[in-house]
Design a protein around this ligand. Structure first.
Ligand SMILES: NC(=O)C1=CN([C@@H]2O[C@H](COP(=O)(O)OP(=O)(O)OC[C@H]3O[C@@H](n4cnc5c(N)ncnc54)[C@H](O)[C@@H]3O)[C@@H](O)[C@H]2O)C=CC1
Ligand SMILES: O=C(O)[C@H](O)CS(=O)(=O)O
Length: 484
């Protein structure tokens, strides 16, 4: 369990239309701690009818919320931001308990999540339109931006707070209302955010959190015509399914999906900086992020030195329960996640790769896994073709720049890419050639509320954060005034 300063942040009911609700059937989904399997609590397993009712009450809340001034909505979001920050320790404790990440990372994620609320509290006041010189006499053309309406978000377990505020903050700032379905593994963080939204005075029905079977809730969100926008973060497989299911009612959709990030180390790189960047990029959240380095390409002449340094830094990572001070690597989210990591390692070793750090389940048992480095990995191995989503760093070799770029781009994904070089001409060449929505240059950490986060190819559609993020929640209307 976890100790909270404010125990009322521990919520086990859905937040719908300003009320805390159980499923009428009494059905529940238990929530457990991935570090030790202990049961933390439970949340309702809402029915199709109950989720439909939540959509309908959100729709009734829309007119009053969209009529409020942007400044008024901004003040409500600012109050929410202040409450998230002032309750950061409790929110981090809840997150570590249900997701497993170290407290330092959970606390960092709460600050990151809050930064989206702060950012969009301001961006909502800058949703500008246009006037356009008309070609017809006596005519005036005005372009306005209007809130899309009822929006739904389906969010993953790996960032239980930030993936919610990255969607809800721009939606609410733009004048939309939102229903969130958090991952069944990590609903408690979402419900604590709802508790704080209620305290911030965000009106009933404007921000709602529903829990239950993903297929049941997904069906309501994708097929109910009242829902005009879906924003999803998760696997490409589910994103594809949601995109298909939204076609029936032509909904707008934002998709932040899987990745297979290349991390390229050129011979002119600062190798120590590259090692630090690779550790940060690969092992954040125990490798369970969509922007983790999934393939590390090292130029031949510096391969041995980089591999030795990376293996040493990887072996120094401390593994344990995320609530223990100093722990840097928590458990994976599930046994299935561990099995996928083992499958990738076994396939690589069977096809000629070598272990130079870790490689096995951790002595702590459960879903703890040793931070791992493999060398002599080749592009045809599973670990290079699929998103591992675990603490395994596969090292591949290349001779020349063009080969590195070709190998890096040889994937259906295009979310993040990274490279280390101190050659300015090379930096501009490679940054332009990489097929990714996000490129980290001499850094392994790229996530920020002020920057547009999103992918190309099969890593998704749309951008979150930055001035672009609010565009996902507005419609453009053109007013043509004649007879003047
Ligand atoms: N882009 C990203 O940040 C993330 C990518 N992933 C990728 O997805 C893989 C599997 O992880 P999962 O958590 O199982 O991802 P997932 O895509 O299955 O789940 C993500 C969210 O979608 C919901 N969901 C699942 N099936 C649904 C459906 N039919 N209708 C509506 N909602 C549905 C889940 O309940 C969860 O809230 C990971 O190994 C990783 O490769 C996972 C999480 C985040
Ligand atoms: O889904 C994810 O993995 C996050 O989007 C990564 S980040 O925003 O925390 O970098």
């Amino acid at each position: 369990m976890f100790k909270l300063i404010d125990k009322s942040l521990f919520r086990q009911q859905c937040y719908i239309n300003g009320k805390w609700e159980n499923a009428r059937s009494g059905a529940i989904i238990t929530v457990s701690n991935p570090a030790d399997g202990s049961v933390l609590g439970s949340v309702p397993d809402m029915s199709h009818e109950e989720v439909t009712a939540a959509v309908e009450t959100a729709a009734t809340a829309l007119p009053a919320w969209r009529r409020r001034t942007a400044a008024d909505r901004s003040q409500a979001l600012r109050r929410w931001y202040d409450l998230v920050i002032s309750n950061q320790a409790d929110l981090a404790a809840i997150m570590t308990a249900e997701q497993g990440k170290p407290l330092t990372e959970s606390s960092g994620e709460i600050a990151y999540a809050a930064s989206f609320i702060e950012w969009f509290a301001e961006e909502g006041k800058r949703v500008y339109g246009d006037t356009i010189p008309a070609q017809q006499p006596g005519t005036r053309i005005v372009v306005t931006k209007e809130p899309i309406g009822v929006c739904a978000a389906i969010t993953p377990w790996n960032f239980p707070a930030a993936m919610i505020t990255r969607k809800a903050a721009p939606a609410l700032a733009a004048g939309c209302v939102m229903l969130v379905k958090p991952a069944s593994q990590t609903p408690l963080t979402a419900l604590a955010l709802a508790e704080l939204a209620q305290r911030a005075g965000i009106p009933k029905g404007v921000f709602n959190v529903v829990t239950g079977q993903s297929s049941v809730i997904g069906r309501v969100f994708t097929q109910n015509p009242l829902v005009r926008k879906i924003s999803f973060t998760g696997s490409t497989e589910i994103g594809r399914r949601l995109m298909r299911d939204c076609a029936g009612t032509i909904k707008k959709i934002s998709l932040e999906l899987g990745g297979n990030a290349p991390f390229i180390v050129f011979d002119d790189a600062d190798l120590d900086a590259a090692v630090r960047g690779a550790i940060a990029c690969k092992f954040r959240n125990s490798g369970q992020t969509c922007v983790c380095a999934n393939r590390i390409f090292v130029q031949e002449s510096v391969y041995a030195e980089f591999a030795e340094k990376l293996a040493s830094a990887t072996q120094a990572l401390t593994v344990g329960n995320g609530s223990t001070p100093g722990v840097e690597q928590g458990p994976l989210i599930s046994q299935a996640a561990v099995e996928k990591v083992e499958q990738h390692i076994e396939d690589a070793l069977a096809n000629g790769a070598n272990l130079i750090a870790g490689g096995q389940r951790h002595a702590l048992g459960g879903t703890f896994f040793q931070p791992t480095v493999l060398c002599n990995v080749s592009p045809d191995m599973l670990i290079a073709k699929e998103e591992t989503f675990g603490p395994v760093a596969p090292l591949l070799r290349f001779e020349v720049e063009g080969e590195a770029v070709r190998l890096a781009n040889d994937t259906e994904f295009g979310l993040a890419a990274y490279f280390y070089s101190r050659d300015q001409a090379r930096v501009w060449r490679v940054a332009g050639a990489l097929e990714a929505g996000i490129v980290g240059i001499n850094t392994g950490l790229v996530s920020s509320a002020v920057a547009p986060f999103g992918g190309v190819k099969q890593s998704g559609i749309g951008r979150e954060g930055s001035k672009y993020g609010i565009e996902e929640y507005v419609e453009t209307k053109y007013l043509c005034m004649g007879g003047l």
